[in-house]
Design a protein around this ligand. Structure first.
Ligand code: F6R
Length: 260
């Protein structure tokens, strides 16, 4: 794992944007795995700005989002389809025909999950997977005890996840109970992955992911098995780590090491 600790959130987001931009410049037809949530909003803003100011192009990329709530149509303002449209897609030159999210409103969500996994495979797999982390250690909606061998499927959300996401809905009761999410094994199959965590509320989950045991209790700890996982943290999200001095020796201020 490459652990990059940046002094604050804006610096962490700029560093993450550099990695996305480099991927897209090196491989214009990259298959991107995208995430939603509060952490990603400033990243999408920076990428959209680089598109406007520097011509960073997503025209040839294909994207697959990690997850979608079951029961929400794409035009529901709390759906992840809507989030992606508003936060990113409509601000850049990505081809809408190549932007994929699980179909949360499918008549048969189980079949839709299998179809989604097959679509990722047909696209040749994911070149760069973006990830956030839940306070409970989830990645995508792979909640604690999710199978580390899982592929895209339906997951029941934990009460803590529903409470964390309640802010987007009118009430806790209206916050969806189920989602379609790509699995832990789907995420591990990506060629590179980039997890971003900012803020003190993520510190414990981040410590469990990086320095805790490999365990389904913290699904993000599965990234310990990924050969090319980069974790970008701000100082607050890194505050519960024990080996900080080592991470800062290898990657001073989050910069690449001499051998990267
Ligand atoms: C979103 C997703 C989730 C979030 C995580 C963190 O597509 O898959 O795993 O990345 O819940 O969310 P925020 O960034 O809102 O704290």
């Amino acid at each position: 794992m490459k652990v990059l600790i940046l002094r604050n959130e804006p610096a962490a987001i700029e560093r993450a944007a550099d990695i996305v931009a480099r991927t897209v410049r090196d491989l214009p037809a990259a298959v991107l795995g995208l995430a939603t949530g509060g952490t990603m909003l400033p990243l999408y803003q920076v990428l959209a700005q680089r598109h406007r100011d520097e011509g960073l192009s997503f025209a040839k990329t294909t994207s697959f989002n990690l997850d979608e709530y079951i029961g929400l149509a794409p035009d529901h303002p709390c759906s992840y389809h809507y989030y992606m449209q508003e936060a990113f897609f409509r601000h850049v030159d990505i081809d809408p025909a190549r932007c994929h999210l699980p179909k949360g409103d499918a008549a048969d969500p189980r079949a839709a999950s299998g179809d989604y996994e097959a679509l990722i495979e047909a696209a040749g797999g994911i070149d760069l997977q973006l990830l956030g982390i839940g306070q409970n250690g989830h990645i995508g909606f792979n909640e604690p005890t999710a199978s580390l061998g899982s592929r895209t499927r339906i997951k029941t959300l934990t009460t803590s996840t529903r409470r964390a996401n309640q802010r987007y809905f009118a009430s806790f009761e209206e916050t969806p109970r189920y989602a379609i999410t790509t699995g832990v094994a789907t995420i591990l199959a990506s060629r590179k992955c980039l997890l971003i965590a900012t803020g003190a509320a993520k510190a414990e989950a981040v410590a469990n992911m990086i320095e805790g045991p490999l365990s389904a209790v913290c699904p993000a700890s599965a990234l310990q098995l990924h050969p090319r996982a980069t974790i970008i943290l701000d100082a607050a999200a890194a505050s519960a780590l024990k080996l900080t001095e080592y991470y800062e020796t290898v990657h001073p201020q989050g910069r690449d090491s001499a051998f990267d």
